[in-house]
Design a protein around this ligand. Structure first.
Ligand SMILES: Nc1ncnc2c1ncn2[C@@H]1O[C@H](COP(=O)(O)OP(=O)(O)OP(=O)(O)O)[C@@H](O)[C@H]1O
Ligand SMILES: [Mg+2]
Length: 234
């Protein structure tokens, strides 16, 4: 579904991604792990089209995405929940959800889609008319995820969704990822909580200094203390 080949990226003169190869099959949860500064966020941004200088190939359902604007990639069914949430704090939950549909062809069914999202996210259902800023960090993260999902993306990329969130909400969030997978959504997950992420994912890639240094079944990586110690220690 997503095939990344030889992906390179730069910030100014700094050559941050040096040839990433990574694949996500339809229906999979694939996890990208690695220590701070390894290039995880940069990889997701490059796939979404948010970087100025990239090279290589990012094929989504067979179509080359590199060089195309982010909105077009969104239109093809790619979604991205950044590390820094980016919900609009002064708007209500409902209004934030509407923003997820602005560029979507499904906009006409807005009310039905908000109702469906509220079913998936009971915490948001109780707070549809509450201002986003008044919610806890974890609830705001749920909103960011819900907003990315409301337009029915085929593949959603999540950057450290559990960061700074209390454990009970993290459990809820990971249960939600399992349900999304069961409903057919494909997920590319960046996560610092390696144990939790590997427990959820089908396969995993380890990135270090802008290249993939290891990949395999998530269960095998979970059992490999050596690799975890070498590449995943924060
Ligand atoms: N906007 C930027 N300008 C310049 N350098 C950047 C920028 N963003 C990231 N970098 C650098 O690129 C490298 C990879 O960063 P990236 O954010 O992809 O790491 P990461 O694996 O997501 O790390 P973390 O676990 O801390 O989120 C780092 O060396 C970082 O300092
Ligand atoms: Mg990051």
């Amino acid at each position: 579904m997503l095939a990344i080949r030889g992906l390179e990226a730069w910030y100014g003169q700094s050559h941050v991604l040096q040839g990433i190869d990574l694949e996500v099959e339809q229906g999979e949860i694939v996890c990208l792990i690695g220590r701070n500064g390894a290039g995880k966020t940069t990889t997701l941004k490059a796939v979404m089209g948010l970087l100025e200088k990239t090279r290589g190939s990012v094929r989504f359902e067979g179509e080359e995405m590199l060089g195309r604007p982010a909105h077009l990639r969104f239109g093809k069914g790619l979604a991205y929940v950044p590390e820094e949430r980016r919900i609009v704090p002064g708007l209500s939950v409902r209004e934030n959800l509407r923003l997820g549909l602005i560029a979507s062809p499904n906009k006409a069914q807005e009310n039905a889609l908000i109702a469906r999202t509220a079913e998936t996210f009971p915490r948001l259902a109780e707070r549809l008319d509450q201002t986003a800023i008044t919610m806890s960090g974890g609830e705001q993260q749920m909103l960011a995820i819900a907003r990315a999902l409301i337009a029915d993306p085929k593949l959603v990329m999540l950057d450290e969704p559990s960061e700074g969130i209390m454990p009970v909400l993290v459990d809820e969030m990971f249960d939600l990822f399992r349900k999304l997978k069961a409903a057919g959504t494909t997920i590319l997950l960046v996560e610092q909580n390696v144990e939790l992420a590997l427990g959820l994912a089908d396969r995993a890639y380890v990135v270090d200094q802008g290249t993939i240094v290891h990949h395999g079944a998530a269960a095998d990586l979970l059992a490999d203390a050596d690799i975890q110690e070498r590449y995943c220690a924060v």
